[in-house]
Ligand binder design. Structure first.
Ligand SMILES: Nc1ncnc2c1ncn2[C@@H]1O[C@H](COP(=O)(O)OP(=O)(O)OP(=O)(O)O)[C@@H](O)[C@H]1O
Length: 346
């Protein structure tokens, strides 16, 4: 579930900036940058549905937070000219909650269900029937006298979003006509997103400054937009509103975001593994305790990026630092450990 956080690099964090975030969402597939394969495939699904005069197939979008799942759901509704209804798995704990939403949909409406993997089991089973036959069975009464009354619902397009497609039960996954797996954005696409957002915010950001911001954004548009706003603020206060590459770098340094996109927590984690625990292996809860953070924060916010960047490894015995971690911290690998890394380019 979205949580409030002021960590500029937390991809889950929806700070009060999310009001601005909404204004930065591309409204059409043509304006959506990056994810070329998903965008093309989705475009085809929508165009084909329009040709057939039918409601588009159900769409499942999976991938890490902040990569554009909600944005794509809004684009789908916009492209087919249908209203959009938004809910999330944790908000639907009873099958009745789902029946109420589904029976209240307009014909052709797009129903965006975020965190679909966190829906309750009875609601999930009701969804199977709704997706396939546009029908729900409403149970009336209790105990032996309870009866199921079939209720027809309008044809709709379900757009399910999940950070982990693997957590969805097979029968649910199979009912989606199209699955789009979103991946981290490459630098060129992020530069494009930063420049588009800057124009919408009325900030002048040249290509090189946009690169400085993009390269520290962890491949995530939500982070890129957030860092852009921090750079804009810094430029306003300290540089008469002019964003140059050095102003962008100075602003991000002030917010403790380094040139690889690592923040204070990431570096604290690396330092703990390398220095305090001699490179590991160290268990997750010990590691979290040593940096004064919740286990979930270390596991969900810091670790995925550190692992993806090759700074950290997860092993059955705990977290282990790679040679890159020592190098990034400006430390040399202790003599006793160097032999462990003969497979790496140290
Ligand atoms: N391809 C894109 N082009 C431009 N901006 C984008 C793109 N993808 C995402 N964004 C921006 O990033 C922000 C986050 O996107 P969005 O809310 O759609 O992510 P999400 O995957 O739904 O995240 P979560 O699962 O955490 O809700 C949006 O405000 C949007 O402005």
């Amino acid at each position: 579930m979205a949580k409030l956080s002021d960590d500029p690099l937390d991809p889950h964090a929806h700070t009060d900036d999310h009001v601005v975030d909404g204004a930065l969402r591309p409204p059409t597939l043509a304006e959506f940058r990056g994810q070329p394969r998903v965008a093309e495939q989705l475009g085809l699904v929508l165009a084909a549905a329009q040709h057939r005069g039918a409601v588009p197939d159900h769409v499942l979008l999976s991938g890490p937070p902040g990569l554009g799942k909600t944005t794509l759901a809004m684009i789908i509704a916009n492209e087919v000219g249908a209203p959009l209804r938004i809910s999330s798995g944790p908000a639907i704990q009873h099958a009745g909650d789902l029946a109420a939403i589904l029976s209240g949909l307009a014909e052709g409406e797009v129903f965006f269900l975020d965190e679909i993997h966190r829906m309750s089991r009875p609601a999930e089973e009701m969804l199977y029937l709704a997706m396939e036959d546009f029908r729900v069975d409403v149970i009336v009464g209790k105990g032996p006298g309870a009866t199921e009354i079939p209720l027809e619902i309008p044809r709709f397009t379900l757009v399910g979003a999940t950070t982990r497609a693997g957590l969805l039960p097979g029968p649910l996954r199979d009912r989606f006509g199209f699955t789009g797996q979103l991946d981290y954005y490459d630098a060129a696409d992020l530069v494009g997103i930063v420049r588009r957002s800057a124009a919408l915010l009325g900030v002048d950001v040249d290509g090189t400054s946009a690169e400085v911001i993009a390269s520290r954004s962890r491949g995530t548009p939500r982070i890129a937009n957030r860092l852009l706003r921090r750079v804009r603020d810094y430029a306003l206060v300290k540089a008469s509103g002019r964003v140059t590459p050095s102003v962008a770098a100075a602003a991000l340094e002030l917010y403790e975001v380094d040139e690889l996109g690592l923040d204070r927590l990431d570096r604290a984690v690396l330092e703990a593994v390398c220095v305090r625990f001699g490179g590991g292996p160290v268990g997750l809860s010990t590691l979290a305790m040593s940096v004064g953070e919740e286990t979930e924060t270390v596991e969900e916010v810091a670790e995925p990026y550190l692992i993806r960047q090759g700074f950290l490894m997860r092993t059955p015995r705990g977290r282990v630092a790679t040679p890159r971690a020592w190098r990034h911290l400006g430390l040399s690998i202790p003599p006793g450990r160097a032999d462990l890394f003969t497979d790496f380019d140290a």
